[in-house]
Design a protein around this ligand. Sequence first.
Ligand code: ZN
Length: 191
Amino acid sequence: MIIFDSEGWKYYHAPFMSGPAAAHRIEDPFGFARAAEQCSGQLMLAALPRLQDRLSGNAGMVSYVVRGRQDERGRPQLELKIAAGLHLRCDRCLKPMEYPLTLNSRVLLSRPGDAPQDGDDPDEPEWIEAGQDLDLMDLIEDEILLGLPLAVRHEQGNCSAGDSGAGRSGAKDTPFAKLATLLEPRSTDKR
Ligand SMILES: [Zn+2]
């Protein structure tokens, strides 16, 4: 069940899908890969439940493009491009931090019950099980979770925790860093 935000909906573009009910799913993913089809769309960040506790705010959208292809061994693959302006939380000062995420990844499709043939190639894409149709929301959320950095930190000079270089000019400012500075110019050692 997806509630679409009419604000974000205007960017939605998926020529072969007929409407919201069919959105964010790929019917017959194996055929999609074989025919090298492509689809794209936008998801609300708020609609991705497993991502929520990694975010400091869930306003905004995730844009994606999915392209079907077959690799050099004829195996069905999906190529994903994902872009989102995330609001993460800095590990040091716990304040919001803008994080523009762009991901390019590939997954290999296997049929339910078919054990994927494991190659020795460490660059081998991840296998996912796909049936009659494929839930793109789930897949995209997985990819985002895998693509998040392990350590989330403001750049030096923008972090309000233990930052000796505060006030230095020249550091790249983000709106959030500025806001954090305005709200709490010195959050440490002040009582
Ligand atoms: Zn910080």
